[in-house]
Design a protein around this ligand. Structure first.
Ligand code: ZN
Length: 290
């Protein structure tokens, strides 16, 4: 669907098998930027190639014009379909330096961050041709550019992309949504990243991987709400740690999840990492104060 002058989004639904016969419905957004050539932001899960090529053809364009795939971070629902897209189009793959090893060696990623159904949603490793850093500018064919902002916290090499031509910001998984499973590995880094995004003035469109497009004032409200959500989770973790004493992470996570009203399905390694991240800094009362 067209969401701005040059940008179309694709909402990709998929299932995660979290236990034998038990599946969880998930989705992720990915985007196409039409700027004389075509630029893809994120590649969803395995099979995304067909959706991307189909969408390009539907708008009357030639998939051979897909020049670059930019990956916001290495997680399986952003990199899963990359191999197929790269093979079908020969596009350049670009990602941040800190997530390069997990994109080029998906087995290493799986060993270090096991996610349910990993091998059914990731097609395989793909080479990163262009290594990105904070402040880089990816020049697009029509003279516009994607400005790279390194926004770690959810993932070490997470980047957000500012597309000034449409006053749009692609924020990947950087901005947690209240009520949804919180997934991040470094609380302070995430808070700093969200504050940095919130300081970008004049945004007209926020494109998040797990949320509908947000426009105007809502963009800044969503970021403020994310910060207050992180603060609430932090207080809950601190409270549970005091109540349970020397319990292990899964036990603390179970109680945190119960207090926050999450379904049982969040009790998996990515959520444990989030709880662990809060525990590491639990001596701090307010993660937003730093
Ligand atoms: Zn992610």
């Amino acid at each position: 669907m067209q969401v701005a002058t040059h940008i179309h989004d694709i909402k990709m639904s998929f299932k995660l098998e979290i236990a034998p016969g038990k599946t969880l419905d998930r989705f992720v957004y990915l985007w196409l930027i039409y700027a004389k050539q075509i630029y893809v932001v994120d590649s969803g899960v395995a099979g995304a190639k067909d959706l991307i090529l189909g969408s390009v053809k539907e708008t009357g364009h030639d998939p051979a014009n897909i020049a670059t795939l930019v990956i916001t971070h290495a997680h399986p629902d952003h990199v899963g379909g990359a191999l197929g897209v790269q093979k079908a189009t020969g596009c350049v793959v670009a990602a941040h330096e800190a997530d390069k090893s997990w994109i080029e060696d998906t087995e290493l990623q799986y060993r270090q961050r096991p996610v349910p159904s990993f091998h059914s949603i990731v097609e395989g490793p793909v080479r990163v041709d262009r290594v990105l850093h904070d402040g880089d500018s990816l020049e697009l064919r029509d003279g516009s550019a994607l400005k790279v902002m390194h926004t770690p916290g959810h993932a070490k090499g997470h980047i957000s992309l500012l597309y000034e031509a449409d006053r749009s910001l692609f924020c990947g998984d950087c901005v947690p949504l209240r009520g949804a499973m919180p997934v991040y590995e470094d609380v302070f880094a995430l808070v700093r990243s969200i504050k940095r995004l919130g300081a970008v003035s004049g945004l007209e469109l926020l494109l998040s991987s797990w949320d509908v497009p947000r426009r105007g004032r809502q963009i800044y409200e969503v970021m403020d709400e994310a910060l207050s959500y992180i603060q609430d989770i932090h207080q809950t973790v601190r409270q549970v740690r005091t109540e349970l004493g020397a319990a292990d992470v899964p036990m603390i996570a179970r109680e945190v999840s119960r207090k926050l009203g999450f379904p049982e399905t969040v009790l998996a390694p990515p959520f444990f990492k989030t709880v662990e991240a809060h525990l590491r800094v639990s001596e701090y009362r307010d993660p937003l104060a730093l």
